[in-house]
Design a protein around this ligand. Structure first.
Ligand code: SAM
Length: 382
């Protein structure tokens, strides 16, 4: 591309962003949408002396937009802008969103991963490192770990690694209950996998549709590390490439490949042999009360799955706590001694969650704050 063509393309991009920003009232969103379109349909470089094949006719500024924006790009951008104007969340319109170090495909089958959940993962990783450190100190050379003889329960995906044991090989077992897009499970696998070679991660959900998205995301994360393989990530225009640059470390890939999916309600999804053998249970369950649900921002209420958001009133009488209570009550019998439960909560649910965790036998119980300083997660050590 000559310097003159590059300058023209840059002006063209500026025009596109300005037009979309005027339509949506947000320059940032306009940039994301134009970036997305350029990622899916790369800029057409004009042949010497003429516009690129398929370029749209000159619009208001002759020569400028026609050089870079092809008709296909304009059509796609117009369709995306229309979806956004209809109220669809930007993340669904883009079809992907970043979470910590990974990029995840998202659509209406799954909750859009939130920044506060990134903090939940931060806590979960800290707890996992502590539990794994304590247990490796105590049990070095102890042989096969809990659940090593597990056989798959009906909801368990036994196809991920045919012929392999269902649970770990003596390493720490982590379970993400209600995985949705896979945000928590994959982040733990990618970030802790390199330092914990025997880490075994499970990802469960009640929703088959959500598990479909999670499975595709796992494949894309693994596929995105195989250059030129034409895998799902490549086909989706990089939709599920990693947000960070560079290939995944081999330990992360190993943890992703060995990760198991299971369908079912909370702990019912897991093989009984994992009971008493899990180092870390992490969950971001639905915790919005039905009263609050009707008042939610329509961009959330009308588009994201109700199953991912709404929960009944718990026995303590606090709205939205029914699923949190189920998880807190059942977790002690699934965790190793010293193992940790990390659950995302609404700040209004913190006192009740702490009380319940103490009553069901957790030893050390605390809440941790998100970046906005709100009590956002229950951390309970068995
Ligand atoms: C708030 S979303 C969290 C999704 C993802 N973990 C995240 O943080 O982005 C809650 C998830 O729990 C799942 N879910 C709801 N009820 C469930 C149940 N009884 N057992 C297992 N999963 C359930 C939903 O399908 C949804 O994927």
């Amino acid at each position: 591309m000559t310097a003159e063509t590059a300058a023209t393309a840059s002006r063209s991009r500026h025009d596109l962003v300005a037009r979309v920003a005027a339509a949506l009232g947000s320059v940032q969103e306009a940039r994301w949408l134009v970036d997305h379109v350029e990622g899916v349909l790369p800029l057409a470089v004009p042949a010497e002396g003429g516009p690129p094949a398929g370029a749209s006719p000159p619009a208001t500024s002759p020569g400028a937009t026609s050089l870079a924006a092809t008709q296909a790009q304009r059509d796609l951008l117009a369709a995306l802008v229309a979806r956004r104007q209809a109220g669809e969340p930007l993340q669904y319109v883009l079809g992907h969103w970043s979470f910590r170090s990974i990029e995840l495909a998202v659509d209406r089958r799954v909750l859009i991963p939130r920044p506060e959940t990134e903090q939940v993962v931060e806590q979960a990783l800290a707890e996992l490192r502590r539990v794994a450190g304590e247990r490796s100190g105590r049990a070095s050379g102890a042989g096969r770990g809990p659940g090593a003889d597990a056989t798959a329960s009906p909801g368990v995906d036994a196809t991920a690694s045919p012929g392999r044991e269902v649970s770990g090989r003596g390493g720490p077992v982590v379970v993400d209950l209600g995985t949705g897009s896979g945000a928590i499970a994959f982040s733990v696998a990618v970030e802790a996998g390199p330092e914990l070679p025997d880490l075994m991660v499970w990802a469960t959900d009640l929703s088959d549709k959500a598990l479909g998205v999670a499975r595709a995301n796992r494949e894309a994360l693994i596929g995105s590390d195989r250059p030129d393989d034409g895998g799902p990530a490549a086909k989706a225009g990089g939709a599920a490439d990693r947000a960070g640059a560079g290939p995944l470390p081999s330990g992360a890939l190993r943890a992703l490949r060995s990760l198991r999916f299971a369908r079912g309600s909370w702990f019912d999804a897991l093989p009984a042999s994992l009971r008493g053998g899990i180092a870390l249970v992490v969950a971001n369950p639905p915790y919005v009360s039905s009263t609050d649900y009707v008042c939610l921002d329509p961009g959330v209420r009308d588009w994201e799955p109700e199953l991912a958001l709404v929960a009944g009133t718990g026995t303590g009488g606090v709205g939205g706590t029914a699923e949190i209570e189920t998880i807190v009550r059942e977790a002690p019998r699934w965790l190793v001694p010293g193992g940790t439960l990390v659950v995302e909560i609404d700040p209004a649910q913190a006192d009740g969650a702490i009380d319940l965790a103490r009553r069901v036998g957790f030893g050390a119980v605390r809440t941790e704050r998100d970046l906005a300083g709100r009590n956002r997660m229950l951390v309970a050590v068995r």
